[in-house]
Design a binder for this molecule. Sequence first.
Ligand code: UDP
Ligand code: MG
Length: 139
Amino acid sequence: MDSDITFSIIKPDAVSKGYTGQILTRITGSGFTIAALRMVRLTRQQAEEFYYVHRERGFYRGLVEFMSSGPVIVMVLRKADAVDEFRKLIGSTDPATADRGTIRAEFATDVQKNAVHGADSPENARREASFFFPAIEIF
Ligand code: UDP
Ligand code: MG
């Protein structure tokens, strides 16, 4: 059952450009159901903790700055094989190389401001979901 959830964020660039509704429509239209959803503005410290795995990367500082720059939509999504299915739907990290029809190809600005986050494994999906939602709020 747990491999049926993934964790996603609609990032500050997409929220500020008014793409939230269109992105949610793409997600639910692709067979995902929303198990939890909230708008939140990450503190710098929360963004650092969320992306801790990337702390040695050159892009980490900029990424933390960007992710805490404005409100985001955090959500848990449900579908069979949710993690892989969602990564296919959003496309590759850099929108310049993302397949046509993917959410990043359509809505992202650049490799940093790439509109959406998707967990990369069922374990990380559970960890990231619990970062924002107690189990009782995941439906
Ligand atoms: N990122 C960046 N520059 C890069 C690579 C990644 O700013 O060269 C940012 C981008 O917002 C990306 C996030 O860091 O979504 C996490 O990187 P990861 O490699 O995990 O990509 P993802 O799993 O989001 O496709
Ligand atoms: Mg990743």
